[in-house]
Design a protein around this ligand. Sequence first.
Ligand code: ZN
Length: 45
Amino acid sequence: MEEYEFTCPECEQTIDVNGPMREATLANGCPVCGASVSDEHFLEA
Ligand SMILES: [Zn+2]
């Protein structure tokens, strides 16, 4: 179940993510390019 829409500030990929994926992306960076991201890059779907 996807709960958030992530848009990477670096590579501009848009990815639908769930809560755990959101946490992992905040911790590890963008899954595509590895850029560090913050809360502002997630929108509630
Ligand atoms: Zn990226």
